[in-house]
Design a protein around this ligand. Structure first.
Ligand code: NAD
Ligand code: MG
Length: 391
C-alpha cells in the first residue's frame, strides 16, 4: 500500500488533498504516516482519525494538550512544534504533500526528500528561498519533485515528452486578483476584505492577498526559473481574467502548448498524486461554447511593482530569494494587521532588499540551509523595522 504524508493538511491545499485521498479510498487505499496543521486542532484530529494516521502534529505548541485529548484512545501519536513537524518529515513516505504556507514549509520539504520518494510541492516559497539547494538535493537523493502550483503543473504537463532545450518561452497566466479592475490611484486604500474577494480561485487568505498584489505571480516567476531551469528572460506574465488557461509553453518552432481546465486545485494535486498516470478527478468539465471567449492583457508594472522586483531577485539569485520572500511575508502580516496600506507592501520589500544587501552579500554560488535561514531571519527583522517606521 502506498504511504503518504500531508504537511499543512488543515489548509486550503491540505483540504483538497484530503478530499482526493478520501475519495480514492482513504485508509483502504493509502497508509497515512503524518498529518500536520497549525492551530486548528479539531480539524487536524478529525483528519488523523479518518485516515488512521501514524502521527498528527500541530505547529503551535500550546495546542498540544487539546490535540492529545482529541486523539485519546485512537492510537494516533501526537506532537507539536517546528522540530516535531521536521521529525514527522523524517518518517519515510512514498508521496508527501508540502502544503504549509510560507518559509516554514522549507525544512519539512527538504527533510522529506531524503526518502527519495515523491514530493508534491505546493509550497512555492521553498523554491523561491532555496531553489538551487532543493533541486540539487532532489537530484542527489533520487527524489522527484512534482509541482502543485496550477501554473507549474500546467507547464510540467505541457513539457511531457519534450526537451527543455526546445522551449523558447514560458507564459505564466495571472488572474490579476481581486483588485485588477480598480483604478491605480484607488489601490492605496484597498482593505483586506477587498483584496480577499478573488474572482476565480478559492485559496488560503495569504495567497489570495498575494494574488491581488501579484506578489504571488512574482514568486511563481522565480519558482518557474528554479524548477524548470529556464533563463529569466524566457519567462513572461500575462493577465488572463478567466483563469481557464493555467499557463503555456512556447517552443522554438512557434507552437504554444496551453493547459486548460476548471480553476480547481484538485486538478494539479490529483495530477501529482497519480503521476505519471492520469486518473478520473472530480473537477468540473469546461463547456467551451458556453465560455465562448478567452481574453488576455499585459500587466501594468506600475500597478504591480512585485513583477519588477522579482527580476532583480533572479539577477542576483543566491540569498536574495530568501530575503524577498521573508520581507513579503512580514509586509503581508502588517497589511493584514491594518498597519500599512496595500501599495506599501512592495515598498517595504524593496527597502528590505536594499538594506539587507548592504549588510550581507546576497550573491552566492554555493549556499547552505543555515545561510538561507540566516538571511530569512535578518530580512524578517529588517522588514519589521521598516514596516513599523511606516505604520
Ligand atoms: P492555508 O493558509 O490555507 O494553509 C496553510 C497550512 O499550513 C495550514 O495547515 C496551516 O495550519 C499550516 N501552517 C501555517 N503556518 C504554519 C507554520 N508556521 N508551521 C507549520 N504549519 C503552518 O494555505 P494554502 O492556500 O493551502 O497554501 C499552502 C501553500 O500552497 C502555500 O505555499 C501556497 O502558496 C501554495 N499554493 C496554494 C494554492 C491554493 O489554491 N490555495 C495554489 C497554489 C499554491
Ligand atoms: Mg499559482
Amino acid at each position: 500500500m502506498r504511504t503518504i504524508s500531508i504537511f499543512g493538511a488543515t489548509g486550503s491545499i491540505g483540504e483538497s488533498t484530503f478530499d482526493l485521498i478520501t475519495r480514492a479510498g482513504g485508509p483502504e487505499a493509502f497508509r497515512t504516516v503524518a498529518v500536520t496543521g497549525g492551530r486548528n486542532v479539531a480539524r487536524l484530529a478529525e483528519m488523523a482519525r479518518a485516515l488512521r494516521a501514524e502521527v498528527a502534529v500541530c505547529a503551535d505548541e500550546s495546542c498540544l494538550p487539546a490535540l492529545r485529548d482529541a486523539l485519546a484512545g485512537t492510537g494516533v501519536e501526537v506532537a507539536a512544534g517546528d522540530a516535531a513537524i521536521a521529525e514527522a518529515a523524517d518518517r519515510p513516505a512514498d508521496w508527501v504533500m508540502s502544503a504549509i504556507v510560507g518559509a516554514a514549509g522549507l525544512v519539512p520539504g527538504m527533510r522529506a526528500l531524503r526518502h527519495g520518494g515523491r514530493l508534491a510541492l505546493a509550497n512555492k516559497e521553498s523554491l523561491v528561498t532555496a531553489g538551487p539547494l532543493l533541486m540539487g538535493e532532489a537530484r542527489r537523493l533520487g527524489a522527484t519533485i512534482l509541482p502543485v502550483d496550477s501554473e507549474h503543473s500546467a507547464i510540467f504537463q505541457a513539457l511531457v515528452g519534450e526537451e527543455i532545450a526546445a522551449v523558447e518561452r514560458i507564459i505564466l497566466t495571472a488572474s490579476g486578483g481581486a483588485l485588477r479592475d480598480w483604478p491605480l490611484e484607488a489601490l492605496a486604500r484597498a482593505t483586506v476584505a477587498e483584496a480577499l474577494a478573488h474572482p476565480n480561485w478559492a485559496m488560503g487568505q495569504r495567497i489570495t492577498i498575494d494574488s491581488a498584489s501579484m506578489f504571488n505571480k512574482a514568486l511563481e516567476v522565480i519558482e518557474t526559473r528554479e524548477f524548470f531551469g529556464v533563463e529569466p528572460d524566457q519567462i513572461e506574465v500575462i493577465i488572463h481574467p478567466e483563469s481557464l488557461i493555467h499557463s503555456m509553453v512556447g517552443f522554438q518552432d512557434g507552437a504554444i502548448m496551453a493547459h486548460m481546465g476548471a480553476p480547481d486545485m484538485r486538478h494539479s494535486i490529483g495530477y501529482a498524486l497519480n503521476w505519471p498516470d492520469r486518473a478520473a478527478l472530480p473537477v468540473a468539465r469546461l463547456d467551451l461554447a458556453q465560455i465562448a471567449t478567452l481574453t488576455f492583457r499585459a500587466p501594468d508594472l506600475a500597478r504591480y511593482p512585485a513583477l519588477r522586483l522579482c527580476r532583480e531577485v533572479m539577477r542576483v539569485r543566491g540569498l536574495s530569494g530568501a530575503v524577498f520572500n521573508a520581507a513579503k511575508e512580514i509586509a503581508l502580516d502588517h497589511f493584514l494587521a491594518g498597519g500599512i496600506g496595500f501599495m506599501e507592501m512592495s515598498g517595504i520589500v524593496e527597502e528590505t532588499l536594499a538594506r539587507v544587501s548592504s549588510e550581507l552579500c546576497l550573491e552566492r554560488d554555493v549556499m547552505t540551509l543555515e545561510d538561507i535561514l540566516g538571511a530569512d531571519h535578518l530580512a524578517r527583522v529588517r522588514a519589521g523595522e521598516i514596516a513599523r517606521a511606516r505604520g
